[in-house]
Design a protein around this ligand. Structure first.
Ligand code: ADP
Ligand code: MG
Length: 491
């Protein structure tokens, strides 16, 4: 058993098809009745995945045609959750391949079900963990996470989390919490806007904690689940069970706790859950879209408790981090993303990592489909939809150049010339930088406005300004004035 565990530990950072398939199966379990799941998916495997195509191995042709006929929708739904395809508006494609020897899924994928036959964390009683006084174990004896409603994504690990200035505190703190649970930062309150990695970090902490303490009773759940469980407990007069479950956890992670806003009775209940766990030295980790004080009508005593430990913010990633994330995601999909393409995407998608991920998936998909090299031009084509959603106002190039010339006291023909004195190079580079930000032109197109300079020269100029933007007061001031001039419509 411990051997099995070790090999699973090692497998976590590697997106082995088996691990991926297990995640897909867990999703399927939530969609299907247990008996159907058993019959049709117990003996299955993933042969390959090349988005959007997944090849699933089943033991015989009958099984293949049955799945094709009756379970395609569920299969696609489950696959979509793990392929990030919903972002690119494509359905996963499924083909079957037949292999009489396909083994049973090598883990006890089927959790105990509750009375209604729904998979349930809480209904689970572990016969092996008599050491615990509470009646549920949160992990199966073979070492797989069982602590959730099946909603843990096995790819959300600390190793897969790319850090930069915007998120390194949150990342380090989450790791610290797992190192010394209940002691270092309790509670650990993580906030930031959507798509910046909160769920990723919470799930990573769950994984890491379980790897460290395999017998731990850990609850990871979206806040909604807490609310819904509480409501059903009230309805069913089952509050004792409810309290037993939540207050018996060794670590609790509640995602999107801001959803407690305006839910007075649930807040009241959570307040007591919090106190019991806190007083018992159990680690509490919460995520939210805003800091505690900004959660609407959150009881003052909860606000103050949420601040007892560490409140950490995840901010939108800076340019370098975005590039690193893109390259990591691409690498993970077996693709080395050319730096220029990574720059292009990172320049155009700035606020949300989920979108970055979708963009890289789409760009790779298009390149593969067309058997083409992934150039910035192809990426631009592929990302049209993503890029136009950027809320940035656009300006015609002529207006933009006029504004730059006016604020910098430069002449258009100098910007277009070969001259390289500083008084000309800087305005030229500022104009390139702003053109990237405020027009939809490609690097080559921008270059054509400046005496036919090529895209690498333009990219160099843009990078140069970017590196000066935050540290060089003169450059920052010029940019501010040009933007203001443009917004005022002076050009
Ligand atoms: P949130 O919960 O804050 O809305 P998620 O945790 O769901 O955001 O993150 C959205 C997507 O972006 C996920 O697929 C996640 O893996 C990915 N992601 C977020 N931050 C990072 C990061 N720093 N490194 C790698 N991937 C990240
Ligand atoms: Mg989330």
């Amino acid at each position: 058993m411990s051997e099995d565990r070790r090999s699973y530990d090692n497998a976590i950072p590697v997106p082995a098809l088996g691990t991926l398939w297990i995640s897909v199966l867990k999703s399927l379990q939530r969609l299907l009745q247990p008996a159907h799941f058993e019959t049709w998916f117990r003996r299955s495997a993933l042969a390959s995945i090349e988005e959007p195509l997944a090849v699933v191995v089943v033991p015989n042709a009958f099984c293949a045609s049955w799945l094709e006929r009756y379970y395609m929708k569920e299969l696609q739904t489950a696959l979509r959750e793990h392929m990030t395809l919903e972002l690119v508006n494509r359905e996963p494609l499924v083909r079957f391949s037949i292999h009489a020897e396909v083994p049973s899924v090598p883990f006890d994928a089927v959790p105990t079900t509750d009375v209604e036959g729904r998979p349930s964390v809480f209904a689970e009683r572990s016969s092996t963990s008599s050491r615990h006084e509470t009646p549920f174990a949160t992990k199966s004896s073979d070492g797989y996470l069982r602590s959730t409603d099946g909603s843990i994504n096995t790819l959300y690990t600390f190793e897969q989390f790319v850090t930069g200035r915007s998120n390194e505190l949150a990342h380090a703190a989450a790791q610290g919490v797992v190192e010394s649970p209940g002691r270092l930062y309790n509670p650990f309150f993580l906030y930031g806007s959507v798509g910046l990695g909160k769920t990723h970090l919470l799930q990573a902490a769950s994984h890491a904690y379980l790897l460290k303490y395999p017998d731990a009773r850990i609850l990871y759940l979206p806040c909604e689940t807490f609310i819904n469980h509480f409501i059903s407990a009230l309805e069913e007069g089952n509050l004792n069970n409810f309290r037993h479950r939540y207050r018996g956890a060794d670590m609790i992670l509640i995602d999107d706790i801001h959803l407690l806003a305006n839910k007075e009775r649930t807040q009241e209940e959570f307040f007591h859950t919090f106190n019991v766990l806190y007083n018992a030295g159990k680690q509490i980790i919460l995520s939210s879209d805003s800091p505690p004080v900004d959660i609407p009508s959150l009881q003052e005593r909860l606000v103050s408790r949420f601040k007892w430990g560490l409140v950490a913010q995840i901010e939108p990633p800076d340019f370098e981090t975005r590039v690193a994330i893109l390259r990591r995601k691409a690498h993970y999909k077996g693709f080395e993303l050319p730096l220029e393409v990574a720059h292009y995407i990172a320049e155009n998608i700035t606020s949300n990592i989920r979108e970055l991920e979708g963009a890289v998936t789409k760009a790779i998909g298009v390149a593969r489909l067309n058997h083409q090299q992934l150039t910035p031009e192809l990426a631009r084509e592929a990302l049209r939809d993503f890029v136009t959603v950027a809320p940035q106002k656009r300006y015609p190039m002529s207006e933009l150049i006029n504004a730059v010339c006016r604020i910098c006291n430069a002449r258009l023909q100098d910007l277009q010339s070969k001259k390289r004195n500083k008084s000309i190079v800087l305005p030229r580079q500022l104009a390139m930088f702003l053109a990237r930000e405020l027009t939809t032109l490609s690097l080559d197109e921008i270059g054509s406005y400046f005496g036919g300079r090529d895209h690498s020269t333009v990219l160099y100029g843009i990078d140069k300004v970017r590196s000066l933007e935050s540290g060089d007061v003169e450059v920052a001031e010029l940019l501010r004035r040009i933007r203001k001039d443009l917004a005022a419509g002076n050009a």
